[in-house]
Design a protein around this ligand. Structure first.
Ligand code: G6P
Length: 612
């Protein structure tokens, strides 16, 4: 949510910042801005995408080897030029970019106004930069000390970068509950919300910790203090990602690339963890907690969006395979619900980005009640990965498309490995079934590749229904969360209203919507409640709804009932979500492209939601 990038060094900052903003645009894209110091501070801001800012700057002589840049996802104030970052202090000499929310900005703003400050935007960020300057002048301290004192006064979340015309050779950076990575190059620093703008300049990075402030100067080692003014030692880590992982590689959209990456990403998720010959599953990250999982009476899963859907698949997996009772919670509800939770509980937090504010807060709450917290994250070193007691990385590679695809299948893969491992160790899965399932799991990447053979057919179906105003997605058992995820994907990127429903529950409401204009996507694979789903298809047909069915290869019955079928390879019922999700991702993708939507950056959404 909002992307930050900053540079100080001996090169021109503009091209580095521009490229960086393009990489971070998935985090927000309603306005963008940059500030540079050459002989003075120059500020450029524009409503719209990074490309609009680029156009604005095309004939400007943008100069400076120190600069800050921001791409915004609006929280306080509508997207326009004025509310875009960077924001300036009262004198116009200090500029600041910010990701997060300053919760007490209202009272700070009132106080600063009473002291003669003028505000032009509706943002919380402008208040922070005014506060810093106010402290600097009134307490007669240097910029670093002013930032430190100001951060002690703010309540909320922030990742900030501050520059000042009076100190043209330093960037001041700080974070709390919003991510910030510092790339340490040769006599230069590249700072960003994630590592993607950094990786082509250096692989050495420092992940700033909560309430730490860094001072970055050309040709000097970085200095880090915390907001209590204690000196901290920077810990330099090596980035594991490479450039090709964050480029489109010939695909027209990141989303399509990421859909097609799934045979590999699922393989990467299983790599070194599943050994079918020995019949062993090893999840090194949680090995110290296996006994606890074996003794667990209850698992609570928290997440948001697509990650919550992965949690729902896990509810079926864990209850079915391990006989442990599972509750799946929206993190945003859980955190405010005074949930009953104790030290015997295991909480599994699922998050692609590892930065989702509600999920992070749910973790802290569960931790305070003594529960054990395990994480399933994609982004290495992310806040959630660090806040949990232990966890397993999905290793799906960077996911840039805002609508999650490969991260979902990797999350489900980890959850499947966990459930199988525990179930086998507990004896709740008979050995013969366990071996069959792990062999089938190993075959999933190959099966996913086979789904791509239906891409042209899916495109034809997309073409028929691209004008629909509503879609219904139905599934039962393991395929109910698949229906929810299919509907979410469609609404996220094509802006068609879509609902996912348990197929039998349809008759308690959504059936009223069905007529000859209503496409109904039904996941009707052969294992698990097949006959029941067939009855539900009949109910839709009787009301003239149009059936698009996901069926198992060679299906004979649904073929004769549905208007369209998409075949997927056969597998165990508990593994179907890993395969049946793929055609639904493709269907949404093609519909969205045909409707002219911005697939990778759908309106109003952001990939990393660091506000509650
Ligand atoms: C946003 C994204 C979704 C994602 C959700 C949870 O809404 O647009 O794609 O599923 O956040 O994000 P997380 O990073 O915690 O999985």
């Amino acid at each position: 949510m909002c992307g930050i990038v900053a540079y100080i060094g001996n090169k021109q900052a503009y091209p580095i910042l521009l490229k960086g903003l393009k990489r971070l645009e998935y985090r927000g894209y309603d306005s963008a801005g940059m500030a540079f110091i050459d002989d003075k501070l120059n500020l450029y801001k524009k409503q719209g995408k990074v490309a609009d800012l680029e156009n604005l700057l095309i004939d400007k002589n943008v100069k400076g080897s120190i600069g800050i840049a921001h791409t915004r996802w609006a929280t306080h104030g509508i997207p326009n030029d004025v509310n875009a970052h960077p924001h300036l202090s009262e004198s116009g000499k200090i500029a600041l970019i910010h990701n997060g929310i300053i919760e007490n900005y209202g009272s700070l703003r009132k106080e600063l106004k009473s002291r003669g400050h003028h505000f032009f935007s509706e943002t919380d960020t402008e208040v922070l930069v005014h506060l810093i300057e106010d402290i600097k002048i009134n307490e007669d301290v240097d910029l670093l000390e002013a930032v430190r004192i100001a951060l002690n006064q703010v309540v909320g979340a922030y990742a900030i970068v501050v520059i000042s015309e009076d100190f043209p050779d330093q960037l001041i950076v700080a974070r709390k509950s919003s991510p910030l990575v510092i790339g340490v190059g040769d006599n230069e620093f590249v700072v960003a919300s994630d590592a993607t703008p950094i990786v082509e300049y250096t692989k050495n990075v420092v992940y700033l910790k909560d309430e730490e402030i860094g001072v970055l100067k050309r040709n000097e080692p970085m200095k880090i203090i915390n907001i209590d003014n204690k000196r901290k030692t920077p810990y330099i880590e090596k980035l594991a990602i490479n450039l090709s992982a964050i480029e489109k590689g010939g695909f027209s959209h990141f989303m399509l690339k990421e859909i097609y990456e799934q045979p590999n990403s699922i393989l990467d998720t299983m790599r070194g963890r599943l050994n079918t010959n020995a019949g062993v599953i090893v999840l090194g990250g949680i090995s110290d907690y296996v006994q606890k999982l074996l003794n667990a009476e209850r698992i609570i899963i928290v997440g948001c969006g697509t990650s919550w859907h992965a949690g729902l698949v896990a509810e079926y997996l864990f209850e079915d395979l391990t006989r442990i009772s599972v509750e799946v919670e929206y993190a945003s509800e859980f955190r405010y619900r005074n949930p009953v939770i104790n030290e015997k509980d295991i909480v599994i937090a699922i998050s692609q980005s590892g930065e989702t504010a509600d999920t992070l807060a749910a973790i802290e709450l569960a931790k305070s009640k003594g529960a054990t917290i395990l994480g399933i994250c994609n982004v290495v070193g992310s806040s959630i990965a660090r806040a949990t007691h232990a966890g397993v990385y999905t290793h799906a590679g960077p996911e840039i498309g805002v609508a999650s695809t490969k991260a979902f299948t990797s999350q489900v893969t980890i959850l499947t490995l966990m459930a199988l491992m525990i179930g086998y160790k507990k004896g709740t899965i008979p050995a013969s079934e366990y071996f069959q399932m792990i062999n089938q799991l190993e075959a999933i990447p190959e099966s996913v590749s086979r789904v791509f053979n239906s891409n042209d057919k899916i495109k034809e179906i997309a073409n028929i229904y691209k004008g629909a105003r509503n879609f219904l997605y139905l599934g039962r058992g393991y395929n109910f969360p698949v229906a929810l995820e299919g509907a979410l994907k469609l609404k996220e990127i094509s802006y068609i209203h879509a609902e996912g429903y348990p197929a039998a529950e349809m008759k308690h409401g959504p059936i009223a919507l069905i007529d000859e204009d209503m496409p109904v996507v039904v996941i009707a694979t052969s294992k698990g409640m097949y006959e029941k789903v067939i009855s539900n298809i009949q109910e839709v047909k009787a009301r003239k709804g149009k059936i698009i069915a996901i069926v198992t290869e060679g299906d004979k019955i649904v073929r004769n009932m549905a208007d369209h079928i998409i075949e997927v390879p056969e597998t165990e019922a508990c593994l179907v979500p890993l395969i049946a999700t793929i055609p639904l991702q493709l269907l949404s993708y093609h519909i969205a492209v045909m409707r002219g939507c911005n697939v990778d950056q759908p309106r109003n959404l952001a990939k990393s939601v660091t506000v509650e």
